[in-house]
Design a protein around this ligand. Structure first.
Ligand code: ADP
Ligand code: MG
Length: 663
């Protein structure tokens, strides 16, 4: 079997399975072996029942003391039994698994593995896994890969399929010179891929991840180098007019605030780039709340007043709508036509915008990736801006750049990348940094508290609302699959309505809502028709409501620090004092230590570096989950040494390697 073979050729994979795998982006053996686990499960030494506490994920060795009871509940068939050791008992519960009754007999002993919950005084484990003692001992010494899944594909199925092509993995050819491998103590690519799927132990898994990270960095660097070669010497055919530059000064003078030093410097950089011999390719880096949007607006204004079209691309529809509305207001006096283009618009609506872009009637378009789809043609695209761009891949950027006659490119990012790494990662760009926040801002006040503080938090929110302010509440995440995120958000907000009373208008937002519903809710929140917005993390990126002064985050311990920092960045955006309340539900020492970093600092750079230091030993993948950059495994902080190595190698061997690396 070969890397390029279709997975249908693997024993055990039929048409149906292959179709499900396709949804995961797996068509070939090559794609299968590069489909890495999301995390690993290690089964821990069993503890006694009395040692367990709410929320613990544990194994217990217990004897079954009742018969299996099966009855129909409202939504599920529920099977349960009681199991006990000498220190206490636990009720084991399974949903929609009536056949489970055949597995268990009174008097038998099993190891049960799951999360402890309390129902009244009773300990409960829902959907526990169960093992014979012998099998559990065997499993305990291994790390079980957990793959990201979609319906129709199980973890076991992926494990089995990968096992079937283990010979192909072993034969993956090494593209790096042998002396580099030995000198840098790298695993071979074949070894590393094998370890990712079947890790021997933590140490060797870490080495495997390092090697895969290296591969990802290298292929990324080679690609952006090509991008740079193509664009860097592209002549600038979209120069600014003198008039446009002058009007920009008047626009800035008319703003309700003075630009910060960093904003002014960024605007100067952009102005001189857009007037230079070659096209602009610039990254604007600034922490959340540093005021990047207005800098983008100024660039769009100058560009359009010079007679060219501009495009602003953002990662979510909700953010697109917000930017669209803000820009429409700002540019009204200039008679510039701003259009919105998002995936959820009707075909008819989209067609109208396509027409206007093609004819040149539309001056500025704001939207999601819809603005780079093939159907979108521009009359004279002069400037492309991506906001919160780390959510966009290099590929999308390449496509966007091909849309026009090499338009100027501006990227806005809040990702706090240290300068030394930014220079490598954005080798194809110049960089402006906005260091300071607007001076009128008061420092956000933070507190990390337990669940017993909830009543005080609610009455605090009530008072802030009385004073005319608004609040966000980020809902706890659901564990297991008893209820969906959506149901959870709805339940929480119902509960909150009751607690806050009729005077406070509570509403909710979650990812499963239609885009139009989401936009409507957000609209009303920004127009102050909603006081408290209960939400999942869908509001994480970019949303701006300067009148919101409280951010309350449930289950704060379950988020990465970088993500918490982004969430907190939704408040403290106006002149009023803002507050962030982190509810630490599972108060482990580790989570307390991590959250303390946020309590003490509002600085994105500091938080990113502390996050790195505090990561637990089992936390192999770090913040890659936050969607940063393009990488599946590589983490720019954690693998900074691999990034630097990839940089060196790409300089030494780049030409030779180009054809050999999977892109
Ligand atoms: P981010 O950098 O996170 O994208 P925004 O551009 O959304 O931040 O700006 C956040 C808020 O700060 C907005 O309400 C904006 O109007 C305001 N703002 C931007 N620049 C300044 C400034 N120089 N002084 C005061 N407020 C500003
Ligand atoms: Mg922003």
């Amino acid at each position: 079997m070969n890397l390029s073979d279709n997975i249908i050729d693997i024993k055990g994979i039929g048409e149906k399975t292959a179709a499900s795998y396709k949804k995961l982006g797996i068509d070939t053996v090559d794609e299968l072996i590069h489909y890495y686990p999301r995390s690993y499960k290690t089964y821990t030494q069993p503890v006694t029942v009395s040692q367990t506490a709410e929320g613990d994920r544990v194994a217990v060795f217990c004897k079954i003391v009742t018969y299996v009871d099966t009855h129909k509940g409202r939504r599920y068939t529920i099977s349960s039994l009681s199991a006990a050791d000498s220190t206490g008992s636990i009720r084991m519960v399974w949903f929609n698994m009536p056949f489970i009754r055949n597995q268990f007999h009174k008097g038998d002993s099993f190891v049960f593995y799951g999360t402890i919950k309390y129902k009244g005084n009773m300990r409960v484990m829902e959907m526990p896994e169960y093992f014979t003692q012998f099998n559990y001992q065997k499993t305990m010494s291994t790390m079980q890969p957990i793959y990201p899944l979609k319906s129709g594909v199980t973890n076991n199925s992926i494990t089995r399929s990968i096992r079937a092509v283990v010979d192909v993995i072993r034969a993956v050819p090494e593209y790096l010179p042998a002396d580099v491998i030995s000198e840098k103590k790298l695993m071979t690519e074949a070894e590393a891929i094998h370890e990712m799927h079947f890790p021997k132990d933590e140490e060797s898994l870490k080495n495997a991840i390092r090697r895969i990270a290296f591969d990802e960095f290298l292929s990324f660097l080679i690609r952006i180098r090509k991008l740079r070669e193509e664009t860097v010497s592209e002549p600038n055919t979209h120069k600014l007019t003198k008039e446009a530059v002058l009007k920009k000064d008047a626009f800035i003078a008319g703003l309700p605030f003075e630009l910060t030093g960093g904003q002014k410097a960024a605007v100067d950089d952009i102005t001189s780039d857009m007037n230079s011999e070659y096209v602009m390719s610039r990254l604007i880096q600034g922490d959340v709340g540093s005021g990047k949007t207005i800098v983008a607006a100024i660039a769009l204004l100058m560009n359009s007043l010079s007679g060219y079209q501009g495009a602003l691309m953002v990662p979510t529809e909700v953010l697109a709508v917000q930017h669209y509305e803000d820009l429409s207001k700002l540019f009204k006096p200039y008679k510039l036509k701003v259009c919105l283009l998002t995936g959820s618009m009707t075909l008819k609506e989209k067609r109208a915008v396509y027409e206007e872009l093609k004819s040149g009637e539309c001056d500025i378009v704001v939207g999601t990736h819809a603005i780079i789809q093939d159907k979108t043609e521009y009359k004279s695209l002069g400037l492309v801006i991506t906001d919160e761009q780390h959510r966009f891949g290099v590929k999308q950027r390449e496509r966007l750049e091909q849309k026009g006659n090499f338009p100027h490119v501006l990227i806005m990012s809040a990702t706090p990348i240290p300068r030394t790494l930014a220079i490598i990662l954005y080798a194809d760009m110049d960089i402006s940094v906005i260091k300071e926040l607007p001076s009128e801002r008061k420092k956000i006040m933070n507190c990390v508290v337990g669940t017993d503080y909830r009543p005080s938090a609610y009455s605090f929110i009530k008072n802030q609302v009385k004073e005319g302010h608004q609040a966000y509440v980020i809902c706890p995440m659901v564990e297991d699959n008893e209820i969906t995120d959506a149901e959870n958000v709805i339940n929480y907000s119902d509960d909150l309505k009751e607690k806050l009373g009729d005077q406070v208008r509570v509403s909710y937002l979650h990812g499963k809502m239609k885009e139009s519903e989401k936009n409507d809710i957000l609209h009303r929140f920004i127009n102050r028709e909603i006081d408290v917005l209960v939400s999942t993390t869908v509001i994480e990126v970019g949303i701006n409501n300067p009148n919101a002064t409280v951010m309350m985050i449930e289950n704060a311990e379950r988020f990465g620090l970088a993500q918490l920092h982004q969430l907190r960045g939704r408040v403290g955006r106006g002149s009023a004092q803002s507050y962030c309340i982190f509810i630490n539900v599972k108060k482990s020492r580790e989570s307390e230590e991590r959250l303390k970093v946020l309590e003490e600092s509002n600085d994105g750079f500091f938080i990113a570096s502390e996050d790195l230091k505090l990561r637990g030993p089992g936390d192999f993948f770090g913040i890659r989950q936050s969607g940063d950059m393009d990488f599946k495994v590589a983490d720019i902080y954690n693998h900074a040494d691999m990034l630097k190595l990839a940089q060196d190698i790409s300089l030494d061997y780049g030409e030779d390697l180009q054809g050999k690396i999977i892109m």
